[in-house]
Design a protein around this ligand. Sequence first.
Ligand code: NAP
Length: 291
Amino acid sequence: MNIINGKEISQKIRFELKEKIKNLTKQTEKQPGLATILVGDDPASKIYVNSKIKACEQVGIKSYHNHILATSSVESIISLIKKLNEDKNVDGILLQLPLPNKLDSDKCIQAIDYSKDVDGLHPYNSGMLTLIKSWDEISKQKLLVSCTPIGVMYLLKYSNIDIAGKNIVVIGRSNLVGKPVSMLMLSNNATVTMAHSRTQNLKEITKKADIVVVAIGKAKFINKDFIKDGATVIDVGINRVDGKLYGDVDFDSVKDMNINITPVPGGVGPMTITMLLHNTILAFEKHNNII
Ligand code: NAP
């Protein structure tokens, strides 16, 4: 088994981003800025936002934190977003999800200026992802793509795992992970199968895959019976069971196989925040007409 070390790859990319920001700041005499919005006091959301702010500081992105009450209305969140849309110091806006009290997050996301949508969830950015035909075009247009999916692509790239022409099965079809991962794989010339909870004979399908990306949120669901020898397994799942973190893959079951695999924790997870930094830089470059 070969471990794809997301922590190490993520550190490498963050170092490259830090150098890039140094040059961009010299060139423009401006610093990229990320505005974070935390609604309410959910402890997990607080931890996530704090790690994003810390990561920004480490690479030279200025962060502007906005903490508002859990009792806030959608209208008041949108009014804050509109203010940040107008703020020239802010290149990216991150609204920490999920929102409390069943507030309509779609409405809020749609209010974000799509050029500042560093989570890649605005309908413009997710729509463009389906229209764009190649990876080159995604890079050239500096398209803002959802952080975890783009992180999966960079994990494969930095591990020298080829995608073109490969048979890839993505399990899970969420707007956040499964769909954008599938679109990115397609734009990289893979043959993609999307599986979900209604898929029949899942094992037969995944057994033929060169790369399996699993994002279903079910601890240890995928075991050795789903995976062919020599495959690459990207485990996006994060499941907390009795205070411990598990992926969607039963790691013990596959550990003696000849496969590449991302561990949980330390695989896809660290890439997500790194890609938020990457997207903030893309947005900064676009705002400053840097090609
Ligand atoms: P989600 O919105 O709940 O979607 C889950 C998907 O899995 C759905 O499409 C569902 O199918 C499918 N599914 C559920 N049970 C299945 C089964 N038995 N067989 C096949 N497909 C099944 O979840 P998500 O937001 O995509 O997140 C998925 C996992 O990734 C979670 O554990 C989440 O915590 C994790 N995650 C990690 C990161 C990270 O940074 N590493 C980022 C985001 C998410 P249907 O559509 O048919 O219901």
